[in-house]
Design a protein around this ligand. Sequence first.
Ligand code: FES
Ligand code: FES
Length: 161
Amino acid sequence: MSRHVVSTEVNGRAYEREVESRQLLSDFLRHELGLTGTHVGCEHGVCGACTVLLDGAPVRSCLLFAVQSDGRKLATVEGLAPSVDELHPVQTAFRDAHALQCGFCTAGILMTMVPFLENNQNPTEAEVRAALSGNLCRCTGYQHIVDAVLLAAERMRSASA
Ligand code: FES
Ligand code: FES
């Protein structure tokens, strides 16, 4: 199998690795870079657990090859918190609204909701539910996740007012 050098930036840090052409981006992040915060559930684009940002847009890392990240910028859940002492406002809202149980889906949901809230600072509940529709959670029944996203939006609006 042919191999390729991939140069990419993840959470602001540059990485260069030689990978097999068919290595999935999700496996690259987890196995090559040790960024295991990105979870892999279905491995075929259905559950959303593996969502990361590619040049700022949410993508399913199980549907991309590592080589497709060459020369581009990735963001994973490990890069969300601004420091070890401070969480991202969406993470804080998830904690405060009890929006996770096992947590398997959480990283993918956070990486979907952060760009959603950047583009829509005052979403309705229906808009939040629509934005969450590609992320499966087997534990929570979604209500607390919706509450957390609305709480995060409210806090982020207050902080920027
Ligand atoms: S693991 Fe990628 S969408 Fe489910
Ligand atoms: S909290 Fe368990 S799958 Fe969502």
